[in-house]
Write a new protein. Structure first.
Length: 153
């Protein structure tokens, strides 16, 4: 487990959602104050607002990648292509380790649990959820990516 993986997992255990936990582990690298960062990624928890779509840990990883490596010129097709390739690479690495990037598949909830109400964070919740490990994996992958491809801007 990397340092960022440990941090991200600890944020989740404090009650932050999956996306917030991963993003918060990289707040220093992103250069964004914690309160603003937490609000910006709050919608991505539970697989996009508890819709159980893309895993929040993956969304948090993508948010960090965009903040560090994203493009800002909509006409720069090369930069866009490079960034999308980066995101696809990170997704493939996560999928290789977990089997999916989709929240409901990772949780085994196909067609179930459509409520917007977050689950209570009890000891039973933590026993049956793979979320802490998924968050750790996403943060580990992002940390390794940054180490291999340092930010240049």
């Amino acid at each position: 487990m990397s340092e960022k993986g440990k941090q991200a997992k600890a944020f989740f255990m404090e009650g932050y959602n999956c996306a917030q936990s991963v993003a918060l582990a990289f707040s220093d690298e992103i250069g964004m104050e914690k309160d603003k960062l937490v609000r910006m990624v709050s919608s991505f928890g539970g697989g996009m607002g508890r819709l159980r779509e893309v895993c929040g840990a993956v969304s948090g990883m993508f948010f960090v990648a965009g903040a560090l490596y994203g493009y800002d010129d909509p006409k720069d097709l090369q930069a866009k292509k490079e960034h999308y390739a980066r995101i696809q690479e990170l997704a493939a690495q996560f999928r290789e380790k977990t089997g999916s990037i989709v929240c409901r598949e990772l949780l085994g909830l196909e067609g179930k649990d459509k409520s917007p109400v977050p689950s209570a964070r009890t000891s039973e919740y933590y026993k049956k959820r793979p979320c802490p490990e998924l968050i750790e994996i996403a943060a580990d992958l992002m940390e390794a990516y940054i180490a291999a491809a340092p930010v240049t801007h």
